[in-house]
Ligand binder design. Structure first.
Ligand code: FAD
Ligand code: S2G
Ligand code: ZN
Length: 482
């Protein structure tokens, strides 16, 4: 369950009426107004099946104007709204808490334009990440982010959670790659910030407020994003090392020896490997059992150059004893079998039972200490996994029990947040705050900053209808009066 606070429906929000349904059918057409029980029950529950709402209505607008009419109407009727993309978020942000209206971008999936000189793509928010990546592959480009949810997550949701992912170490944050957005404010105003310029220093950079805003300020309807060339030489190494210190040394070695061609640096511990091997069919460990594993991908334009760099990196690391074994993918199939291990951990965790997920940014030297601390605290009562984007200092601490166990939860929270805060880390590296961490932002942000965020929220969404109960502490948000 979510944190220790009890949640009550904010009854200054209206309940859905038959007139509302008729209005939506009039402006959107019957097909976009969904009350089907089965479709609603899927839309009401998150990917982890941990958060469940009771929305009576799912709306699927087909364009920006329809989104504008929906929000303008909901705002005037005090109907709360939860924007939903691919519903793969991991903090309960994408599903209703109570009966909020779900506004899905799934029907807004057109590619508007692509400039194959600059690599700038303009598309609608509902475009699925993997589909965009394949569209770009034919043009010799690629999306600047990749994550295990690529098959269903949408670019609007990626921007709304400021998703990081597996290519972050090379292509950086969406804050740098997103050049423009078109958004609809809660009062229905359409704001065109859909610039396609790399450099534009004219006024406040308002799109940045919407990146990572998790549906709390408005709905993103279009995205303009800079996409990198899909270079020809991609190599993937699956390595084994004995301890976390060696993983750290390997990272430094990779940054030094592989330099500009390094495009991913992921790690996982033996508990993560064991869970994947026991719950996912057809997955095998390409190396003898080890305490830690590291995936290193290089992407460059010259195969022999990159291979030479990798060979010397390999040999030098073996000589230094920071590497105990390793294998290079010989072809695409082998490469995807290596990725399947890393990307399969989330699914394996779902199959193993209840999951307690913590997505932490920490200084590299301390990053794995919290896994060891947690193992001490939980002993035999739970499995503790440590894996993630080591290249970005991002740990995915995941704790697993056969069934949800409150005593385990009490041993984890608030300890894990206090520990992270004490070690100057962030309690959300990339997944966002959502419902899960709506009350925890103070572990990572000053109260002045949080108050400023609350006033920005009040400016954009004075009626508080956008994704209520989430993201910022409710105590701070002035709910509109009757
Ligand atoms: P949803 O889950 O539908 O929504 C996410 C949030 O954004 C919600 O608060 C929602 O209200 C809001 N929202 C959605 N669309 C809009 C919009 N158009 N306008 C305004 N608000 C909107 N995340 C990472 O950062 N890195 C990873 O490596 C990673 N790996 C993952 C692996 C798996 C297997 C899974 C299931 C998830 C993973 N994630 C990862 C989580 C990731 O944040 C989400 O998968 C994704 O970014 C959210 O996109 P979505 O379309 O699913 O949005
Ligand atoms: C990842 C998402 C899955 C998880 O795998 O990189 O961001 O289990 C995560 O946390
Ligand atoms: Zn991740």
């Amino acid at each position: 369950g979510s944190s220790a606070y009890e949640l009550h429906r904010n009854d200054s929000f209206s309940k859905l009426s038959l007139e509302d349904i008729d209005y939506f059918k009039k402006i959107l057409g019957e097909k976009s107004v969904i009350q089907d029980e089965d479709v609603l029950s899927t839309a009401n529950v998150d990917w982890m099946r941990k958060y469940k709402g009771s929305s009576q209505l799912l709306l699927k607008p087909r364009n920006t104007n329809e989104v504008s009419k929906i929000l303008k109407y909901c705002n005037s009727r005090y109907l709360a709204v939860v924007p939903q993309g691919g519903n793969t978020g991991l903090v309960g942000g994408s599903v209703p808490v109570f009966d909020e209206v779900i506004v899905s971008t799934s029907s807004m999936n057109n590619i508007i334009g692509f400039d194959n000189v600059s690599g700038i793509l303009v598309c609608e928010a509902g475009c699925i990440l993997e589909k965009l990546d394949s569209f770009l592959a034919e043009k010799g480009f690629m999306m600047p982010l990749d994550l295990g949810a690529k098959g269903s997550c949408q670019i609007g949701g990626n921007v709304s959670t400021n998703a990081g992912g597996l290519r972050f170490v090379r292509y950086g944050s969406l804050r740098g790659n997103v050049l423009g957005l078109e958004v609809v404010l809660p009062n229905g105003t359409i704001v065109d910030m859909l610039g396609t310029l790399r450099k534009d220093n004219t006024g406040y950079d308002l799109k940045q407020l919407f990146i990572g805003s998790e549906g709390s300020l408005g709905i993103i309807t279009k995205v303009s994003i800079l996409t990198p060339l899909r270079l020809s030489s991609i190599n993937l190494a699956f390595l084994a090392c004995n301890d976390y210190l060696s993983c750290q040394k390997l990272l430094l070695e990779a940054k030094t020896k592989l330099g500009e061609v390094l495009s991913a640096f992921e790690f996982l511990d033996c508990e993560s490997m064991e869970l994947v091997l026991s719950y996912l069919d057809g997955v095998r460990n390409p190396l003898p059992p080890s305490n830690f594993y590291v995936l290193i991908e290089t992407t460059g334009s010259n195969e022999s150059h990159d291979k030479e760099k990798l060979e010397s990196f390999f040999l030098h690391s073996m000589e230094r004893g920071i590497l105990s074994d390793g294998v290079m993918a010989q072809d695409m199939n082998q490469a995807s079998s290596f990725w399947q291990i890393r990307e399969g951990i989330a699914e394996a965790l779902m199959k193993a039972g209840a999951v307690y997920k913590y997505d932490l940014s920490l200084p590299i030297e301390n990053l794995y200490k919290i896994v060891e601390e947690m193992r001490k605290r939980l002993g035999e009562s739970a499995k503790v996994l440590g894996y993630g984007h080591l290249g970005d200092g991002n740990l995915h601490l995941n704790i697993s029990t056969p069934v949800y166990d409150d005593t385990v939860f009490e041993l984890i929270e608030p300890f894990v947040y206090e520990w992270t805060s004490k070690h100057r880390g962030s309690i959300s590296a990339e997944h966002g705050l959502g419902l899960m961490k709506a009350n925890e932002i103070h572990y990572s942000k000053s109260s002045e900053a949080v108050h400023l965020m609350a006033s920005i929220k009040g400016l954009f969404d004075p009626n508080g209808i956008m994704n209520p109960y989430k993201f910022l502490p409710r105590s701070l948000l002035s709910q509109h009066k009757e």
